[in-house]
Design a protein around this ligand. Sequence first.
Ligand SMILES: C[S@@+](CC[C@H](N)C(=O)[O-])C[C@H]1O[C@@H](n2cnc3c(N)ncnc32)[C@H](O)[C@@H]1O
Length: 332
Amino acid sequence: MTTTSNEPTTDASRVDDPAPRPRATAEEVAAAFEDTKLAQVLYHDWEAETYDDKWSISYDERCIAYARGRFDAVASDQTLPYERALELGCGTGFFLLNLMQAGVAKTGSVTDLSPGMVKVALRNAENLGLTVDGRVADAEGIPYEDDTFDLVVGHAVLHHIPDVGQALREVLRVLKPGGRFVFAGEPTTVGNIYARRLGQLTWYFTTNATKLPALRSWRRPQEELDESSRAAALEAVVDLHTFEPRELQKLAREAGAIEVGVKTEEFAAALFGWPIRTFEAAVPPEKLSLQWRLFSYQAWKKLSWLDETVMRRIIPRGFFYNAIITGVKPAG
Ligand SMILES: C[S@@+](CC[C@H](N)C(=O)[O-])C[C@H]1O[C@@H](n2cnc3c(N)ncnc32)[C@H](O)[C@@H]1O
């Protein structure tokens, strides 16, 4: 286990985590099409060092407020902070590190199937001065003792896990009695259809429009675009599920959780956000000015407000893009 602080962890065993594999061989990529967990590791190890830039992830007010907002959407009535929190599928640490900065938890453990992601998450935690340790871990078999954590969180991870029910049972095992889990950023079945289609169309139009001589300077180098296309092919292997809110709720109850709640968010915000994010990934980063980034963030915020105040009253919850689920481990 790797740690960014000198504090002891409660796990006696130290493990040697595998090293990141940022450059996969052609044989490994071919094998990954038959092995979803190998695909997760290759795809996310490959993305790890550029992930924060690609998804405009930061550890400042903007993302602190976003992470806290997702937590409060389903668990606003909690007494904070939690003593010890675990993140599954942490990526670069976006959710837990920002929740810790928002005062939701005092200490944290970041885990991910991808060694590259754990490495970046620990580096981010260290830069932020947070008390965090980290481990390469599969959510279907979490390498921590029973009753260890007060809070387990995840963002955009459940849809990558082959057996979501098994992962939720593991979450309940490592939670202390009365402990809570919050998983946010899970695609709904309907939301995923329009988000994917909008993303594909935006990629097609942007990469073709930037072939025009007048727009050449907006074109990313061909090898980068080819690499993105190969990654997009693997993306089809790593994205395993979409969720109907009611089905997700049922899975958590069957795993043994109580006080289960599912909320969905982002309709207009997702219709706007997916083309914007795809456009940003298709052009050279230096073309995106601070004004552009501020404009897209402010527009997304206004549309999220519209979703909460107006769309929620007229559109079924399954049409919103993001699902957030929470639940509690029964006491005793
Ligand atoms: C879409 S990324 C989200 C990363 C981060 N939570 C965020 O929101 O920025 C999904 C993450 O889940 C990880 N992952 C996929 N399958 C996993 C599994 N079975 N156990 C643990 N992590 C997994 C991937 O390696 C990847 O880092």
